[in-house]
Design a protein. Structure first.
Length: 149
């Protein structure tokens, strides 16, 4: 399906997202465990030197972009980043200038997913995405070609 795939009412998915930075800023990566039709898929990438919040937004953008590529209409996202979840819910403003362009990309992508839910979870419930983000750093995993950051 193309990036502009129209969502269908029956397509649903879940995604656990996390970003990691060794130092802030430091070497960073993101990880997404995306589950559609009961099949988990791992998406990850090494971001070079950046902040943890940028890495968290990269994970979010990867999950939203992948959902749009698959034509997902209902997506539940799980994140252990309280800042990210509160910014998406409108409880916190995006004040950091370097995050504003990423936030605007998120707003554009989320319009194409009418059933988007974002939930804050404890770190213990997000271990797979965290491990994937750290593996992206350790192994310098390339960012997927379809992902624009």
């Amino acid at each position: 399906m193309s990036d502009g795939a129209a969502p269908t009412s029956g397509k649903a998915a879940r995604a656990w997202i996390d970003g990691a930075s060794r130092g802030n800023p430091g070497e960073a990566g993101f990880g997404v465990v995306f589950e559609a039709n009961g099949e988990p898929e791992e998406i990850a990438g090494f971001l070079g030197r950046t902040t943890n919040n940028v890495a968290e937004y990269a994970a979010l953008l990867a999950a939203l972009t992948h959902a749009r590529r698959l034509g997902i209409a209902r997506l539940t996202l799980y994140s252990d980043s309280e800042l990210l979840v509160r910014q998406l819910s409108g409880h916190y403003r995006v004040k950091a200038a370097h995050l504003v362009p990423l936030y605007l990309q998120v707003l554009k992508l989320r319009r194409g997913i009418p059933g988007l839910t974002v939930r804050h979870v404890p770190r213990e419930q997000n271990r797979a995405a965290d491990a994937l983000a750290n593996r992206a750093i350790d192994q310098r995993l390339p960012v997927p070609e379809w992902l624009e950051l």
